[in-house]
Design a binder for this molecule. Structure first.
Ligand code: ADP
Ligand code: ASP
Ligand code: MG
Length: 405
């Protein structure tokens, strides 16, 4: 019998009504002869609320106790989902990360999954019981609870599907992956299928419909993934298949536009010996666990000196500045906040060098200043003012013909 891991995100379990509807979708899957296994997120808004409470005590994402508090969000929805499935006449049982166990490694607040025990799930499935795993959480080698980074229930689902040899259905509040965020651009089109690589790049650049690490995992382990709406009536959901291989990707130049808010820029001005200073800078930032994104190095006006600029997540800015403090890496350090990154993603970009130029043109025509530009094989990103994100997304979406079939 086909095993299906069905993951429900925050909005999809945001109220007793939504949980009941999700349970009906699972009931339909069981009636169709499938073996459903459910993975749930915390109810919408719950993770932010708990983070706020931990913040009252000066603890942020990355503190071990913050993770313990956060895991409670998913614990509540797993129990409620099990109850809702019982209402549907199914046998169901909640499973917390530590009970599975989902074994984690790495830093608190953004741990990764090292191993996932299947015995509990196999036993429940044999007894005809629907397991309901609390997503986003696991337990490390020291028996401490950890969480998997924002959006991490997607990773729990992908890992569980891989471990159980199941398909992975991601039920969310949109009916698939679109050419850009449909909440910003109503003309965005749903993609019937997207390759792992395209999806990985879209997710990495901010399209939050799937957590990047879940796509990485699905790709590495060959897990078939589908994104579909939890709002559709039972048995009627259509969505986007996330599949292996490039063939679809190669057919289109650009597959989508992604954006990420909450960016900041750091400029190290007047570096006397840039070749020496740069490695020390990035080493200090890596040690402070600051992810550095777009990097530009250029000659400064004073002969023999250089400027080094890069972007970091706004939430990491303070930590980054502290790490750079006293390093003596530059004559002056400046920072700027209120920025966002907008990216054009497409496997076809490999063959098209002119896309960078046209991106400048499109944004300039909308009066949007590009502060930093970065390109890779299959994406081009621009750092811009946060206030300009929506205009930039719409302008690029239309300029690259994504609103046309
Ligand atoms: P969940 O709580 O179910 O995990 P998320 O909020 O994490 O849901 O992700 C779904 C959201 O992702 C959508 O509501 C949509 O606004 C956003 N999104 C961003 N980019 C895209 C895209 N390219 N296609 C679809 N949705 C997108
Ligand atoms: N509840 C967590 C979050 O809001 C995990 C998830 O929803 O996937 O990030
Ligand atoms: Mg999500």
């Amino acid at each position: 019998m086909t095993r299906v891991v069905a993951k429900f995100g925050g909005t999809s379990v945001g109220s007793p009504e939504r949980i009941r509807h999700a349970a009906k979708l699972i009931r339909a899957s069981a009636d169709a002869g499938e073996h459903p296994i459910v993975v749930v997120s915390a109810m919408a808004g719950e993770t932010d609320r708990i983070l706020g409470l931990a913040g009252e005590f000066g603890a942020g994402l990355g503190d071990v106790e913050t993770d313990v508090a956060l895991a409670a969000g998913e614990q509540v929805s797993a129990a409620l989902m099990a109850l809702a499935l019982r209402e549907e006449g199914l046998k169901a049982q909640s499973v917390m990360g530590w009970q599975a166990p989902v074994v984690t490694t790495g830093p608190s607040g953004s741990a990764s999954i090292a191993d996932l025990g299947t015995a509990v799930f196999e036993a429940l499935l044999t007894e005809g019981v629907v397991p309901v795993l609390a997503g986003y959480q696991g337990i490390d080698a020291g028996a401490r609870i950890q969480t998997l980074g924002r959006g991490g229930t997607d990773l729990s689902a992908a890992a569980l599907a891989a471990a159980l040899g199941a398909r992975c259905d991601i039920y969310t509040d949109v009916d698939g992956v679109y050419t850009t965020d449909p909440r910003i651009e109503p003309a965005a089109r749903r993609l019937d299928a997207v390759s792992h690589d395209e999806m990985l790049e879209l997710a990495a650049q901010g399209a939050k419909v799937l957590q990047p690490r879940s796509v990485e995992f699905a790709k590495a382990r060959g897990v078939p993934m589908r994104v579909l709406s939890s709002f559709a009536p039972p048995g009627e959901a259509t969505g986007t298949d996330v599949v292996a291989g490039d063939p679809i990707a190669e057919k289109r130049l650009v597959s989508g536009i992604a954006y990420a808010r909450g960016q900041a820029r750091i400029a190290l001005l007047g570096q006397a010996d840039a070749a020496q200073a740069a490695p020390a800078v990035f080493e200090a930032l890596a040690k402070a666990e600051v992810g550095v994104d777009m990097i530009v190095q250029a000659h400064a006006r004073t002969p023999g000196t250089a400027n080094l600029e890069f972007s970091v997540a706004h939430r990491d800015l303070q930590r980054a500045l502290e790490a750079l403090d006293g390093l003596g890496a530059a004559a002056e350090i400046r920072s700027e906040t209120g920025l966002a990154k907008v990216s054009v993603v497409g496997a076809g970009l490999r063959q098209r060098a002119d896309v960078a130029r046209s991106l400048f043109g499109v944004l300039a025509a909308s009066d949007i200043e590009v502060k930093v530009l970065a390109t890779s094989e299959i994406k081009i990103s621009a750092l811009i003012e946060n206030d300009a994100v929506e205009r930039a997304v719409r302008a690029l979406h239309s300029a690259y013909g994504l609103d046309q079939v």
